[in-house]
Design a protein around this ligand. Sequence first.
Ligand code: NAD
Length: 298
Amino acid sequence: MDIGFIGLGKMGLPMASRLIAAGHRLVVFDQRREAVDALVTRGAQAATSPKDVADRVENVFASLPSLQASLEVATGDHGVIHGARVKRFIDLSTIGSQMAVRIHGLLAKRNIVAIDSPVSGGIAGAEKGTLAVMVSGPRADFDLLKPALDVIGKVFFIGEQPGAAQTMKLANNYLSATAIVATSEAVVMGVKAGLDPAVMIDVFNAGSGLNTASRDKFPKSVLPRTFDFGFATGLMVKDVRLCLDEARSLGLSLEIAEAVGKLWETVIAEMGAESDFTAAIQPIEQRAGVVVGKTNAG
Ligand code: NAD
């Protein structure tokens, strides 16, 4: 299949690389020239703008870091909306259902179908092709795209309603965001009481405390204090804020989500948007007066 791919960052680069390796012909664009060059060496063709991509292929995928970037790429002056060949815009980014519905409405005026396709599973999942791929859009378009989506992960059809897959993704990331800060609090409490954090993580993972933070993030990036898992705090806070907006727009007040959101606002204020999200433990450590990791494990 001829595929356009816009946004070749931490997630986009490995997803686009897998599509090339699976035999698809890619036309790629990113604001960063070096990201485009990296894909061209793997066999992709370079484009000069989102419109240029959309002039050349029917299916344009995007993996972008903000709501504004998705809106701009899809509907801006040099956006996909002005492309001559494009029929579908498949957004792999997390943008929330309200922005997804807005983009859907704008593209529909030009007979371009917007497909929501946010993903979960991190850089490792993007590299291995094991992401959870949540899709909403017209069923016939989904069926047409499924062979390409299968290359990047396990594909779930969420529904035809625009934005439905975004709601699914926000619910997922709310749990992921909660796991990190809740596990950080539990480990900090143990370390304050003199427990070994590495033993604590082993116990969680053998017991009912098991979660994605204890299973993946603590062993790889928190206990070794490398804080390099590959997802920016700014992106995590974007998702938590979107989840809270989503809940409020449904007339809900989610007590745990509100508390988790407050803690992540502290993390972004103290650690910065560019920090890795595993650094969320540091403000919790500071308040407790402990440092978790090798220091304590000996
Ligand atoms: P990233 O910042 O690493 O990559 C974004 C890329 O988009 C960059 O290469 C940037 O140059 C490019 N870009 C930004 N604005 C652009 C524009 N206007 N035109 C063209 N290119 C533009 O971000 P990421 O971590 O790859 O995340 C991408 C999306 O995937 C986000 O919505 C994020 O929430 C979601 N996501 C990320 C992860 C993860 O673990 N990193 C996991 C699941 C979902």
